[in-house]
Ligand binder design. Structure first.
Ligand code: NIG
Ligand code: FE
Length: 410
């Protein structure tokens, strides 16, 4: 089916001129067209411009009038933990009364409490919970999402989580990328070395054999997984065809960034606590820095130095990190608003951070993340003539129509 989005007041293309991501000054270029149209066929963008060419005019197509609206690339949430069971609402209440994330984890709360609930849940129950969250995420303009395991912490439960993510990807119209995060925490029923062995020699080979994940991730942090553990897990993952990305520098700077670069990771995520040497290491590394203003807001921890990273020409992406412990919100627009006021990014930098740079954090920027002929027709029509309104008129959702592969999905 062909589709024409006609006469949009603004089309924000985020075009790349062939680059994989946008860094430095280029991160604030968004390639905006006025009073223009987009034509899609076979799920791909075929043409963008002012006057539909005569050859296309003859075709049968669905037409959406976008007068007074703006069109953006579909947002890409490149880091979430959207499959989990249970609630940590009580823990949240304790935390805002003064307990820290680390204290709660030590007292048996935190990740381990979600692990207990997730282990007990059936695949059907987990999928139903995840589906609601995905629908919510899509309603804010998300057309591609990444989802991690990491609340199973046993071979059976980690596989169960990844199976759920893969089934949702098959059944739903959006793209969902699966990441294996067995090294999220240590389970209570094993020694550390037993669990590491299980990750390396049971989980990774089985996941690879069944093609259940694209990426491999580790929570590289004091009291979680060391730099040495991270390297071992990444090397084994790479051997089995998985691409590394890393949770690092959330609470402490312990060398995770350098390890990730050494292993050829595609992104380093969190980055709230950064030494000057960490920023220096990222410059020219080609790794995407994925930051989560929502985590800093929710946990009351420092904000990632996004401004400094952009000024150092490091490509910055923004994701929600949606999870029950540190960021219980699937609203990517909220993260975008926080990035303006708390990370001091400008509107254009923020838009590129959830489109083309987020695509690069998943290795898919050749295919999506910008509106250019040949790319997937993943788009959002917002009910405003001015893209600045997305961040100016904050706290409300102006996404009106969400399209994936040229089809209206929301
Ligand atoms: O990305 N930091 C580690 N993992 C998650 C939090 C997980 C949880 O608390 O359940 C994060 O913030
Ligand atoms: Fe995370």
């Amino acid at each position: 089916m062909s589709l024409l989005i006609e006469n949009a007041s603004q089309i924000v293309t985020c075009h790349t001129k062939g680059r994989k991501f946008k860094a430095g000054k280029y991160q604030s270029e968004i390639g905006m067209l006025r009073n223009s149209s987009v034509y899609t066929e076979g799920g791909r963008i075929r043409w963008i411009g002012k006057k539909l060419p005569a050859s296309l005019k003859k075709k049968k197509m669905q037409v959406i009038d976008a007068h007074g609206k703006c069109v953006l690339p579909g947002f890409i949430d490149s880091h979430t933990h959207l499959v989990f069971a249970g609630s940590r609402a009580d823990e949240f209440s304790m935390r805002i009364k003064g307990s820290t994330y680390e204290q709660i984890a030590k007292a048996g709360g935190g990740i381990i409490s979600t692990v207990k609930a997730t282990r007990k849940s059936s695949k059907e129950d987990l999928a139903e919970l995840a589906l609601k969250r995905i629908i919510s995420s899509v309603s804010f303009g998300v057309t591609t999402i990444e989802a991690k395991s990491g609340y199973g912490l046993s071979t059976a439960s980690e596989l169960k989580m990844l199976e759920v993510i893969n089934e949702l990807n098959r059944e739903l119209p959006i793209d969902i990328y699966a990441t294996f995060l067995g090294a999220h925490a240590y389970p209570k029923d094993k020694t550390k070395s037993e669990y590491l062995e299980e990750i390396l020699y049971e989980m990774i080979p089985q996941i690879a054999k069944r093609d259940l994940a694209t990426f491999i991730d580790v929570f590289c942090e004091k009291n979680y997984f060391s730099v040495g553990d991270t390297k071992k897990i990444f090397m084994q993952g790479i051997k089995f065809g998985l691409v590394p990305k890393l949770h690092t520098n959330q609470f402490n700077s312990i060398g995770g960034i350098q390890a990730a670069i050494g292993c050829g990771a595609i992104s380093v995520d969190h980055l709230e606590v950064m030494k000057p040497s960490d920023i220096k290491a990222l410059v020219n590394s080609g790794i995407i820095a994925v930051v989560f203003p929502s985590v800093s807001y929710f946990l009351d921890i420092p904000y990632a130095p996004a401004r400094k990273m952009i000024e150092s020409k490091i490509p910055v992406a923004i994701a929600t990190d949606f999870n029950p412990g540190s960021a219980m919100s699937e609203n990517i627009q909220l993260s975008m608003s926080m990035a303006i006021h708390l990370l001091k990014m400008n509107v254009e930098e923020v838009i590129n951070a959830v489109t083309i740079n987020a695509a690069a954090a998943l290795g898919i920027s050749h295919n999506t993340g910008s509106l250019e002929a040949g790319k997937q027709a993943d788009m959002v029509i917002f009910d405003t003539p001015n893209y600045n309104d997305l961040l100016y008129h904050f706290g409300v959702n102006q996404a009106e129509i969400v399209l994936k592969n040229g089809q209206v999905i929301f």
